[in-house]
Design a binder for this molecule. Structure first.
Ligand code: GDP
Length: 544
C-alpha cells in the first residue's frame, strides 16, 4: 500500500469523522471540572442523575486499593474517557489527572485531544495548575474554550477576569456571553451574539436541566429580575465591549490564539448548555496529524492510532492491562489486524473496550477521534503506533527528563518475581524509568529509578504493594538532572566510549542502552559540558 493513501480522505468516513469532538476539560483542582463533566453528560443523556460521576468517583476509590491513595491525597490519579452522543455529535471527553506530580500522565492525555475546555473559578481567577495545563495545550496549538465557573459565589470583576486571561496566559479573550451579577445577585447571562438574556432559575443542586428564560436586555422581565446597580453596570460594560472589544474570529480560535469565554455555574446548571452547544459548533473535528513520513488525514480509509496511556489493574478483580489508543485515521473494527510499527509485529485487536467510569462495553467499531481501550497483553508501549501500514509512525508523546532519583529495594527475596513483574509493568505504564549505574552501585540489590516528581515513587511503591504484594523500600538519591549522551563521532553505544566526569556525576544506561549522565547540580552539569565538547548532551532521551 502506498503511504499517500493516508493523505486522502474517503467520503464515506468523512461524515463520521466530522461529527467527532474529542477534548479534555482542564482546571486547577476544585475549580469544577468534575461537576462540569457531569453536567455535560447530563445534557448528553448519558446520565439520568446528576451526581453519578461523583458517586462513581467515590465508589472507585473504595473498591481499588490503588485508588485508596487517590482518596488519601484527594487527587485523581487515573484518567477516564467518556463518550456520549449529543445532537449530531459524538463527544469524547478525556479526563486528565489534576495533581502537579502527575503532569507526565496529563501531558500524554493532552496529546490525544483536539480541543480543551478550561474551567476557571471566577472567584479565584487563573491558578497555578490551570496555567501549566494551558501551556501544554497552547504548545500543541489546540483551541481553548474558557468557562468562568461559580458565578453564584462572589466573583472577581468580569473585566478583570478577561484581562487576566490576556495578561497572565497571553491569549486574547472574547466573551461570548456576559454575566448579570455575581454571588446572590447572579441572575443569568447575556448572549452577545444573539443579543438575548438567559435568566436562570436556581435548581435544587442541578438535579434537572435548568429552565431557561430567554428575552432581550430591554425586556421588563430582565429589568425586574436584575437589581438596578447590576443592570446599569452590565449595560455600561456591554457598551464598552461593543466599542473596544476584540472581534470574534473563528480562525483565531482554531489557531489557539483567541479563547471564547463563557460564564456560569456548573453546580447550578447555569450556562452549561450555552457552553456545550457553542463549543460543539466551534471546536474542530479531528484534523490531519503529522506522522514521521506523511500527513495522515483522519478520514483516510487506512487505519492508524497511537497509544497515549497504559494502565494496569484498573479492576482489582481482573488482573488486566489496558492500553488506550487515540484513533488518528480510518475506522477501527474489532478483531482487525494491524502493525505495531515500532516492532513490526502484526497484532489482532481483539479485546476492545470503551469505558464509562468503571463500567465497560465492547467496542465493535470506532472512528478517528475516538479513544478505545485495548484490554490484554499486546506488548504495547506508550507512544506506539498501530496502523494498517508498517511504515506509519506518530511522534506525539513528549518525553520528559527525570528530575528525581530513588533507589527501590525489594524487601523480601521470596517475592522477588512479583517485585520484578510488577516493576516491569509499572515501568511500561511510564510511572518512572529505570537506570543501570555503570561504575558505582546503589544499596545492594536495588534498582535506580528516575521520575519527574517524587510522588510518582510513592505511587509506584503503593501499587507494588497493593497489586503485586511486593513490599519495597525507597531511598532517595542525590542527583537532580539527567542528560543523554552520545559521542559526536564513532559508535554512540560502544561500551568503551566514556566522557570525562565532573564531581558528583554518575554514568548510567537507560532501558534503551543509551548512556546517561546524572548530575547533582547545574554547576556539575556545566563543568561536565565544558570538559566534553566532543559529546552531544541532550535533554531528551534518544529514540530507541
Ligand atoms: P474539580 O476538582 O475541578 O473536579 O472540582 P469539582 O467539580 O469536584 O468541584 C469542586 C467543588 O466546587 C465541589 O464542592 C463542587 O460542588 C463545587 N462547585 C462546582 N461548581 C460550582 C458552582 O458553580 N458553584 C459553587 N458554589 N460550587 C461549585
Amino acid at each position: 500500500m502506498s503511504l499517500s493513501a493516508y493523505a486522502t480522505p474517503s467520503p464515506a468516513l468523512q461524515k463520521e469523522v466530522s461529527r467527532r469532538r474529542s477534548f479534555a476539560i482542564i482546571s486547577h483542582p476544585d475549580a469544577g471540572k468534575t461537576t462540569l463533566t457531569e453536567k455535560f453528560l447530563l445534557y448528553g443523556g448519558a446520565l439520568n442523575l446528576a451526581g453519578s460521576v461523583t458517586a462513581r468517583k467515590n465508589q472507585r476509590s473504595t473498591t481499588s486499593d490503588w485508588m485508596e491513595l487517590e482518596k488519601q491525597r484527594g487527587i485523581s490519579v487515573s484518567s477516564t474517557v467518556l463518550q456520549f452522543e449529543y445532537k449530531d455529535c459524538v463527544v469524547n471527553i478525556l479526563d486528565t489527572p489534576g495533581h502537579k506530580d502527575f503532569s507526565e500522565d496529563t501531558y500524554r492525555v493532552l496529546t490525544a485531544v483536539d480541543a480543551a475546555v478550561m474551567v476557571v473559578d471566577a472567584g479565584k481567577g487563573i491558578e497555578a495548575q490551570t496555567r501549566k495545563l494551558f501551556e501544554v495545550c497552547r504548545r500543541r496549538g489546540v483551541p481553548i474554550f474558557t468557562f468562568m465557573n461559580k458565578l453564584d459565589r462572589p466573583a472577581r470583576p468580569t473585566l478583570d477576569l478577561l484581562d487576566e486571561l490576556e495578561s497572565v496566559l497571553g491569549i486574547a479573550a472574547f466573551p461570548v456571553n456576559w454575566p448579570l451579577g455575581d454571588g446572590p445577585r447572579f441572575k443569568g447571562v447575556y448572549d452577545r451574539e444573539n443579543k438575548k438574556v438567559h435568566l436562570f432559575e436556581r435548581t435544587v443542586h442541578g438535579s434537572f436541566r435548568a429552565p431557561v428564560n430567554v428575552s432581550g436586555i430591554e425586556d421588563e422581565s430582565v429589568k425586574n429580575t436584575v437589581d438596578e446597580i447590576t443592570y446599569s453596570q452590565v449595560c455600561d460594560e456591554l457598551e464598552l465591549l461593543e466599542g473596544a472589544g476584540a472581534d470574534f474570529d473563528v480562525e483565531e480560535v482554531l489557531a489557539g490564539r483567541l479563547t471564547p469565554v463563557f460564564f456560569g455555574s456548573a453546580a447550578n446548571n447555569f450556562g452549561v448548555q450555552l457552553l456545550l452547544d457553542r463549543f460543539l459548533e466551534l471546536s474542530p473535528p479531528p484534523i490531519p496529524r503529522e506522522s514521521e513520513q506523511h500527513p495522515v488525514h483522519p478520514a483516510s480509509k487506512e487505519f492508524s492510532a497511537f497509544v497515549f496511556k497504559i494502565q494496569a489493574n484498573m479492576n482489582p478483580k481482573h488482573r488486566d492491562r489496558i492500553a488506550f489508543i487515540r484513533i488518528v485515521s480510518g475506522q477501527f473494527e474489532r478483531d482487525m489486524n494491524v502493525f505495531n510499527t515500532r516492532t513490526g509485529d502484526n497484532v489482532r485487536l481483539a479485546n476492545s473496550q470503551r469505558l464509562f467510569a468503571r463500567d465497560r462495553e465492547t467496542v465493535d467499531d470506532a472512528f478517528a477521534g475516538d479513544v478505545v481501550g485495548l484490554v490484554g497483553n499486546y506488548d504495547l508501549l506508550i507512544g506506539d503506533t498501530l496502523a494498517s501500514s508498517p511504515e506509519v509512525k506518530f511522534d506525539e508523546i513528549p518525553r520528559f527528563p527525570p528530575e528525581c532519583f530513588s533507589y527501590l529495594t525489594n524487601k523480601s527475596t521470596a517475592k522477588y518475581k512479583r517485585f520484578r513483574d510488577g516493576l516491569q509493568q509499572l515501568l511500561k505504564e511510564g510511572v518512572a524509568s529505570e537506570f543501570q549505574l555503570l561504575d558505582s552501585s546503589g544499596p545492594s540489590s536495588s534498582v535506580l529509578l528516575g521520575a519527574v516528581g517524587p510522588l510518582q515513587f510513592e505511587v509506584l511503591q503503593h501499587r507494588l504493594q497493593g497489586e503485586y504484594a511486593a513490599e519495597t523500600r525507597i531511598e532517595s538519591a542525590d542527583w537532580s538532572i539527567a542528560r543523554w549522551l552520545k559521542p559526536k563521532e564513532g559508535d554512540p553505544q560502544a561500551p568503551d566510549a566514556r566522557p570525562a566526569l565532573s564531581l558528583g556525576t554518575a554514568l548510567a544506561r537507560d532501558s534503551n542502552n543509551w548512556l546517561v549522565a546524572l548530575f547533582p547540580s547545574d554547576w556539575a552539569m556545566k563543568t561536565f559540558s565544558e570538559k566534553n565538547e566532543d559529546w552531544i548532551i541532550s535533554e531528551q532521551p534518544f529514540a530507541p
